[in-house]
Design a protein around this ligand. Structure first.
Ligand code: R2B
Ligand code: URA
Length: 327
C-alpha cells in the first residue's frame, strides 16, 4: 500500500520489514458467516451500506483513546506529522451519524474514541474488529493511548504497559458470558512494547517507563479513592492497597486495558497500551494540575506514537536512516 506526502511525490510504503507473512484480523464467531449483512450499529457503518475494504483496507495502525476531542486532535496531529495533502481541519468524522464514538482516517492510521470504562471500549472493539475483518486489513498494530493515575512515579510520566492486570493484580480479564465467567489472558505484545520503549529513548521531553497497568471498573472506590460519593475505607487501608499494587509491579491505573488486551489478543492484533499519568496516587486522589499542564501531558503518548508510526513507515529523520543504512 502506498500513500503520498503533501509536498512531494515521495511515496510512503506501509509494508513492514521482517514481518514473516501477513497477519489477518480474526473474528471468532461462526454466526457471522451466516449473516447476510452486518450492521456496526454504534459506529454507524455496515457491510451493505459501506464499501469497508475500499474505505479501510489500507489501515495499518489503529490508535484509540477515551475522549473524542483528543482522538480528533491526534488525527490532525498525525496528518501534519505524515505530511499528508489537504487541510487537517477539513477532516470528517467517519462516525458522524452517531455520537457514541468518533473515527478519523489519516492515511494508514485510524484514530478512534472509545469512551470510559470496560463496557464502552468493549462495544467499540467488537465493532472495530469486525470492521477490520470485513475490510480485509492485515498486519494491523493497535494502540490505546490514554490517561491514568500513576503509582509512585512523577505525574506526566508515560507508561508502556507490559502486563494489564485486574484489581487483584492478575493478568486476566473475566468476561461473563450467559451465566458463566470466562477468564481471558491479557498478555500484550512484548516486542511491540520494546519497540515503543526504544522509540521513547529518543524523546527527551518526558520520562517513559515500562510497567504493569491495573485496570479497574470504577474511578473512585474501584481505584481506592477517598473522594467519591461513597467510601468505606480509611486512608491507611487505601495506601496499604496501593503500595501492594506498587510492589506487584503496577505503575499506573486506568479503566480499559484488560479487556483491550484480551480482545485484541484473541483476534490476532498486535496490541500496546501507552498512557500518561496525571497524578501520583500515593500522593493524593484529586487531579490538581492546570488545564494547560493536563493538555500537554495528554500530547505525550501521541508524540511517542507518532514517532513510532513514522519509524515504521520509514519517515523518521534522515540522520537515523543514514546511521542505520547498510553499506
Ligand atoms: C482513564 O481516564 C478515564 C477516567 O478519567 C478512563 O477512561 C481511563 O481509563
Ligand atoms: N484515569 C484513571 O482511570 N485514573 C486516574 O487516576 C487518572 C486517570
Amino acid at each position: 500500500m502506498t500513500f503520498f506526502l503533501a509536498d512531494s511525490n515521495k511515496p510512503i510504503k506501509t509494508e513492514r520489514k521482517n514481518y514473516g507473512g501477513s497477519q489477518l484480523v480474526y473474528v471468532k464467531n461462526p454466526h457471522l458467516d451466516l449473516m447476510d449483512e452486518d450492521i456496526l450499529y454504534h459506529l454507524d457503518l455496515g457491510t451493505k451500506t459501506h464499501n469497508l475494504p475500499a474505505m479501510f483496507g489500507d489501515i495499518k495502525f489503529v490508535c484509540m483513546g477515551g475522549s473524542p476531542n483528543r482522538m480528533k486532535a491526534f488525527a490532525q496531529f498525525m496528518h501534519k506529522e505524515l505530511g499528508l495533502k489537504g487541510d487537517a481541519k477539513d477532516m470528517t468524522d467517519i462516525c458522524a451519524g452517531t455520537d457514541r464514538y468518533c473515527m478519523y482516517k489519516v492515511g494508514p492510521v485510524l484514530s478512534i474514541s472509545h469512551g470510559m470504562g470496560v463496557p464502552s471500549i468493549s462495544i467499540m472493539l467488537h465493532e472495530l474488529i469486525k470492521l477490520l475483518h470485513h475490510a480485509k486489513c492485515c498486519d494491523v498494530t493497535i494502540i490505546r493511548i490514554g490517561t491514568s493515575g500513576g503509582l509512585g512515579i512523577e505525574p506526566g510520566c508515560v507508561v508502556i504497559t507490559d502486563k494489564a492486570v485486574d484489581s487483584f493484580f492478575k493478568p486476566q480479564f473475566e468476561q461473563v458470558i450467559l451465566d458463566k465467567v470466562v477468564v481471558r489472558s491479557t498478555e500484550l505484545d512484548q516486542e511491540l512494547a520494546e519497540e515503543l520503549l526504544e522509540c521513547s529513548r529518543e524523546i527527551e521531553d518526558f520520562p517513559t517507563l515500562v510497567g504493569h497497568t491495573m485496570c479497574t471498573y470504577d474511578f473512585y472506590e474501584g481505584q481506592g479513592r477517598l473522594d467519591g460519593a461513597l467510601c468505606s475505607f480509611s486512608n491507611e487501608k487505601k495506601l496499604e492497597y496501593l503500595k501492594r499494587a506498587y510492589d506487584a509491579g503496577v505503575r499506573n491505573i486506568e479503566m480499559e486495558s484488560t479487556v483491550f488486551a484480551a480482545m485484541c489478543r484473541l483476534c490476532g492484533l498486535k496490541a500496546a497500551v501507552v498512557c500518561v499519568t496525571l497524578l501520583d496516587r500515593l500522593e493524593g486522589d484529586q487531579i490538581t494540575a492546570s488545564h494547560e499542564v493536563l493538555v500537554e501531558y495528554q500530547r505525550r503518548p501521541q508524540q511517542l506514537i507518532s514517532m513510532f508510526i513514522k519509524k515504521r513507515l520509514g519517515l523518521w529523520n534522515q540522520k537515523e536512516l543514514l546511521d542505520n543504512a547498510v553499506v
